[in-house]
Design a protein around this ligand. Structure first.
Ligand code: TXA
Ligand code: MG
Length: 342
C-alpha cells in the first residue's frame, strides 16, 4: 500500500502478524518503525535480532490512545498530561516510570519506559487493529541512517521481517524528541521533531541532557552508539555560507585528486555554485539553509543516496541549530567522522 489512507484489509493482515509474535515495519510521521507486540518478550527479542541492536538500548512503545499510558506506566509525573495534550499524536516520546507488566527487555532492564503516540494515520490504525501496544525502534540495521521510505527498510531488513506496510515517504524525516519526565527537571535526551522552544512553551523549565553537547555518556542509551553512519566518511563543515563553499571546493579537489569518489550534501543556496564550479557526480541539495526542517526531512534519504552511488567521502554543509535544526545537527554530528569549524 502506498497511501496515507489505511487499507483496512492489509492492516488487518499486518495486525495479525503482530498479534502472532511477528515483526512488521510500518510508517510513522518521523521515520519507519520496526514493530512487535510490546507485551510479548519473545517478539521483542526478535526486533533486537533483526536490527542487530545492542541489548542495552531500550525501545519506544507506541500507543494509539493516550489512556493506554496508564497501563504501561505506574504514575504520570508532573507535566506528562500537559505534554500529551499538546503534542500527541506527534513526534514526542515521554520517558515514564515503567509498569512491571511491561517486559524488561523492552526497556533494556531500566525501570522507565519510553512511550509515544505517533501521528501517522497508518501507524495509528495498525496499533488499533493489533489491540496491543507496539514496541518499535527505527526500522534500519543498527548504526545505519534511519529509514524514511519503505525501500530503505527493505534494503536493510528484507528477509528478516514478516511484512512492511509501505505508505510512501515520512513527513518529518528525523526521529521523535525523547523527553525524560522522571528527572527532577524535564530533560531532552534526544532532540527531534518537537523543539526545545515548543516544550518550554508548555512546561516552562526544560533542560537538554548536557551529555548531548559535551560528548559524554548520554542518558538515552541509544545515543552513545555509532549512528546514522553512511558507508562513506562524512565530513561536516560549519561556518558562513561563502566560507563553507570555498572549504568544500578545496576538500573536494583534494580527495578527487586522491582518486576517491566524493559526494556533496549542500544547501540550495550553494548547490548551484558547486554544480558550476566542480560538476560533481554526486550532489544532493538539502533545501534552503534557512529551512532546517526541510534539510531534516531529506537527510537520511540523502545519506543513503550517497551510499547507493558509492561515495567514499561525503562533504556536508552544516545548518543553523534552530528549531528542528538542533535535531538535524545532532544526527549529522553523530554521522560525521570529522568536523571542521571555520
Ligand atoms: O521517531 C521515533 O522515535 C522512531 C519512530 C519509529 O517512532 N523511533 C525511534 O526509535 O527512533 P529508536 O529505537 O531508533 O530510538 C529510541 C531512542 C534511543 O536513543 C533509546 O536509547 C531511547 O530512545 N530510549 C528508549 N527508551 C528509553 C528509556 N526508557 N530511557 C531513556 N532513553 C530511552
Ligand atoms: Mg534508531
Amino acid at each position: 500500500m502506498h497511501s496515507q489512507v489505511p487499507d483496512i484489509q492489509k492492516l488487518v493482515q499486518a495486525a495479525e502478524i503482530i498479534k502472532g509474535g511477528g515483526l512488521v515495519a510500518f510508517p510513522t510521521e518521523t521515520v519507519y518503525g520496526l514493530g512487535a507486540n510490546a507485551m510479548d518478550r519473545d517478539a521483542v527479542a526478535g526486533i533486537f535480532r533483526a536490527k542487530g541492536r545492542p541489548a542495552d538500548n531500550p525501545l519506544i512503545v507506541h500507543i494509539a490512545k493516550a489512556v493506554e499510558v496508564k497501563y504501561l506506566s505506574t504514575y504520570l509525573p508532573v507535566g506528562a498530561g500537559e505534554l500529551m495534550k499538546a503534542f500527541w499524536p506527534g513526534p514526542l516520546t515521554l520517558v515514564l516510570p515503567r509498569h512491571p507488566r511491561v517486559p524488561k527487555i523492552v526497556s533494556a532492564g531500566l525501570d522507565t519506559v519510553a512511550i509515544r503516540m505517533p501521528q501517522h494515520p497508518v501507524a495509528l490504525a495498525l496499533i488499533k487493529a493489533a489491540r496491543v501496544p507496539i514496541a518499535a525502534p527505527s526500522a534500519n540495521r543498527s548504526g545505519k541512517p534511519s529509514p524514511t521510505t519503505g525501500t530503505h527498510v527493505l534494503k536493510d531488513l528484507a528477509g528478516k521481517i514478516e511484512a512492511i506496510v509501505d505508505a510512501g515517504p515520512c513527513d518529518v524525516g528525523v526521529e521523535s524528541t525523547v523527553v525524560d519526565l522522571t528527572a527532577s527537571v524535564p530533560t531532552i535526551l534526544r532532540p527531534g521533531g518537537i523543539t526545545l522552544e515548543q516544550l518550554q512553551a508548555v512546561l516552562g523549565k526544560v533542560e537538554m541532557d548536557p551529555a548531548l553537547a559535551a560528548g559524554e555518556m548520554p542518558r538515552a542509551p541509544g545515543m552513545k552508539y555509532v549512528h546514522y553512519a553512511p558507508e562513506g566518511e562524512l565530513i561536516l563543515v560549519e561556518g558562513d555560507l561563502p566560507g563553507v563553499f570555498d572549504k568544500i571546493c578545496q576538500l573536494y579537489r583534494h580527495y578527487l585528486s586522491q582518486g576517491l569518489r566524493v559526494g556533496i550534501l549542500a544547501s540550495e543556496e550553494n548547490s548551484f555554485r558547486y554544480r558550476q564550479e566542480l560538476q560533481p557526480e554526486i550532489i544532493v541539495s538539502l533545501g534552503s539553509h534557512k529551512r532546517p526542517e526541510t534539510a531534516a526531512n531529506k537527510l537520511f534519504s540523502a545519506l543513503r543516496s550517497c551510499d547507493r552511488r558509492h561515495a567514499q567521502i561525503i562533504l556536508c554543509e552544516a545548518f543553523p541549530r534552530e528549531g528542528v535544526g538542533v535535531a538535524l545537527m545532532n544526527r549529522l554530528e553523530k554521522a560525521a567522522k570529522r568536523r571542521i569549524s571555520l
